[in-house]
Design a protein around this ligand. Structure first.
Ligand code: ADP
Length: 211
């Protein structure tokens, strides 16, 4: 069940549906309900702060609820509270700031996500132009996709010894239009190869600049 079919909720709902799940989308906005109706299993116009409306939608039959209301914090919190009162134990909620997140956790959200902040961090790491993609995991740890630094081009991974020299682990290698392959010690790195590496953010940034 995805409550709030704005940019974030809409993307969550469509992706779940494409993955083969049955998705009920709910929003107070009739235009969004109309837009999503052909694309989701079911779409309803409902104010989900109201426990009675939620009960009428059969909340107890759903495996998970995503509360994707960000701007209207009161509506977001009341919806999480109503879901929790109705016994839903797998509630994912979008927060716009730390205080909002704390209230969501107290009212019963089991997973709180910060899509705007996460995307902001990601763009900042991509802006320097060396990283092609980046996912941070908190505690300074990340996985990134980057063009192979010159320092390791022409060498098998066991010789370039990235883990010892640069404190990063090469997880995968992609050459041209081929698929990513898992990196093994004798994988030879070619110029223009792309790598997927894991490690501390500062070490990944340093590694990406190794020319
Ligand atoms: P985004 O930035 O992802 O578009 P918004 O917070 O702007 O997020 O959008 C949230 C969506 O949630 C809007 O489409 C809004 O109509 C919907 N919404 C707001 N309050 C409720 C509610 N009480 N019940 C159901 N949907 C709601």
């Amino acid at each position: 069940m995805v409550i709030g079919l704005g940019r974030f909720g809409g993307a969550v709902a469509l992706t779940l549906e494409r993955m083969g799940h049955e998705v009920l989308g709910a929003d107070t906005d009739p235009e969004l309900v109309h837009e999503f109706a052909p694309q989701l299993t079911k779409v309803v116009e409902a104010d989900c702060t109201n426990a009675a409306s939620l009960k009428g939608l059969g909340v107890e039959d759903f495996e998970a609820a995503v509360v994707a209301i960000g701007t209207d914090i009161e509506a977001s919190v009341l919806t999480v509270l109503a879901l929790s009162d109705l016994g839903m134990t797998n509630i994912w909620a979008k927060a716009t700031n730390d205080k909002h997140a704390r209230i969501l956790e107290r009212t019963g959200a089991t997973h709180v996500v910060f899509p705007e902040q996460r995307m902001g961090e990601r763009v900042a790491h991509l802006l320097n132009g060396r990283l092609i993609d980046f996912i941070g995991f908190g505690d300074e740890f990340a996985i990134a996709r980057l063009k192979a630094p010159e320092a390791i081009v022409g060498l098998p991974l066991m010789t370039s010894d990235c883990r010892k020299k640069f404190a990063v682990t090469v997880v995968g290698v992609k050459r041209g239009s081929e698929d990513f392959i898992h990196a093994v010690p004798d994988t030879l790195v070619f110029p223009d190869d792309e790598l997927v590496v894991s490690g501390r953010i500062a070490d990944i940034e340093r590694f990406s600049a190794m020319n």
